[in-house]
Design a protein around this ligand. Structure first.
Ligand code: AMP
Ligand code: MG
Length: 420
């Protein structure tokens, strides 16, 4: 790989900013999933990505069974209300009835118990009356009522998950239900990150005049932890070219590397220069606010993302551009963005000419879902991300929006991994 691959399309330092979707596609084009596979015990499989499909070797449920506490019957015996049958035994969960239900007979049955041979339906207990071993049925019965058919959840031989599927909580249960004690997964991508800036100080240290605490490393830690990748925190690197060079050298062995700060055109912005020396630069301008300066490139085999320093910009670029790439790097497919239109409760100020991701809070009102824009939309106001639960995605040509006007929102809580 070299710089010319990235720059095909004429996106050098002075080229016009790329539309967000183009930038996302270009990045995804460059991502090759991590290689390697290993067996993982079900207990450790949450969040892992399947390296091969999983096929069921049994039916789930394994036997046709009852969905109710009641009586296993032959529906043909109960064509009219008021019919009576003779109880000939019991079928409990884990203790099947060891016989056959013939005409005029029924078996007391519990939820989950195997449906006895001969029976085809279950009548719930509440619709019956007992007199010794005679059971009276208040209503007629449809064949197959209250029965869970063998294989109705999963059929023997069925592929339950394709390669590239990421295991969620329900999937753990589905895997357990088919008896899969272990699965074959890819290793999680190893992701390194560091903050840049002479003014950046770690938490736990007092601030001298002009210094600020490093918040980016902590939001990134949270975002990466949620994603389930292997995290390598490389600390803070000052705006000193030689130190940046050294830091990039150290980071080159990971699957992906992320920095924050130092990617604009300021006099102390050295990340691009360092990346050009150590690897190759893809592009560095994305047509969105916040988050316009973004360096994408390669550092050895690692994908490199130089995120902006402003805390909101760093989060927005991570969510919009880096996260889908990490999903693909992990061997899965990023889910399509979920967005929909809702009215805004307050005016939104926006200049036409640039795509903007403002922060808002989706809330339920008596008129349905509405979005409350966060008051201060500055790219340094990280509390806007913390208070918000969605982006308000304002298109390039859109201008101010009046209260009640319709805007497009992207909830923060939405699928990141596509189902496969
Ligand atoms: P830069 O992109 O380096 O010019 O940084 C843009 C703004 O983000 C500046 O106000 C920086 O002080 C701030 N900033 C950069 N890195 C961090 C960080 N790790 N935590 C909090 N703020 C930061
Ligand atoms: Mg800086």
């Amino acid at each position: 790989m070299n710089g010319t691959d990235f720059n095909a399309g004429g996106c050098g330092h002075d080229a016009p900013a790329l539309p967000l979707e183009d930038a996302r596609d270009r990045i995804l084009d460059q991502v090759v999933p991590v290689s390697g596979r290993h067996h993982e015990a079900l207990q450790r499989a949450l969040g892992r990505v399947l390296a091969e499909p999983v096929r069921a070797r049994i039916d789930v449920p394994n036997h046709t069974n009852s969905a109710m506490d009641g009586y296993a019957v032959r529906a043909a015996d109960l064509v009219e209300p008021g019919a009576e049958l003779t109880e000939i035994g019991e079928s409990f969960a884990g203790h099947p009835f060891d016989g056959r239900v013939d005409a005029g007979q029924c078996v007391r049955i519990m939820t989950g118990a195997v449906l006895p041979e001969g029976a085809d339906s279950v009548v719930m207990q509440e619709r019956t009356e007992r007199d010794g071993d005679r059971i009276r049925f208040a209503q007629d019965c449809r064949s197959g009522a209250n029965v869970r058919r063998a294989g109705e959840d999963v059929e023997n031989g069925q592929t339950i998950f394709e390669a590239g599927h990421r295991i969620g909580p329900a999937d753990l249960g589905v895997l357990a239900s088919v008896g899969a004690a272990e699965i074959v997964v890819r290793p999680p991508p190893r992701v390194a990150f560091f903050s840049t800036g002479d003014e950046i100080v770690p938490v736990g240290r007092p601030l001298a005049p002009g210094q600020i605490h490093d918040s980016n490393r902590h939001t990134l830690f949270g975002l990466l932890t949620e994603l389930g990748v292997e995290i390598h925190d490389l600390g803070i690197v000052p705006d000193v070219p030689a130190e940046l060079d050294a830091a990039l050298q150290r980071a080159a062995g990971f699957d992906a590397v992320m920095t924050t700060g130092g990617v604009s055109v300021g006099a102390a912005d050295y990340v691009l220069e360092a990346l050009e020396k150590a690897g190759s630069v893809g592009f560095w301008q994305v047509a969105m606010k916040p988050g316009r300066p973004l360096a994408f490139g390669r550092l050895g085999d690692a994908l490199f993302f130089g995120l902006p320093g402003n805390p909101v910009s760093a989060m927005v670029t991570f969510i919009q551009l880096v996260r889908p790439a990490l999903v693909k790097l992990a061997g899965a497919q990023p889910a399509p963005v979920l967005a929909f239109e809702v009215p805004t409760t307050a005016a939104i100020s926006k200049k036409p000419g640039r795509r903007e991701f403002q922060r808002g809070r989706l809330v339920a009102s008596e008129h349905g879902l509405v979005v409350e824009p966060f008051g201060h939309q500055g790219s340094g106001v990280l509390r806007s991300m913390s208070a918000a639960n969605c982006f308000i995605d304002l298109g390039t040509d859109e201008g101010n929006v009046e209260p009640g006007g319709s805007v497009r929102v992207q909830p923060f809580s939405q699928p990141v991994w596509n189902r496969s």
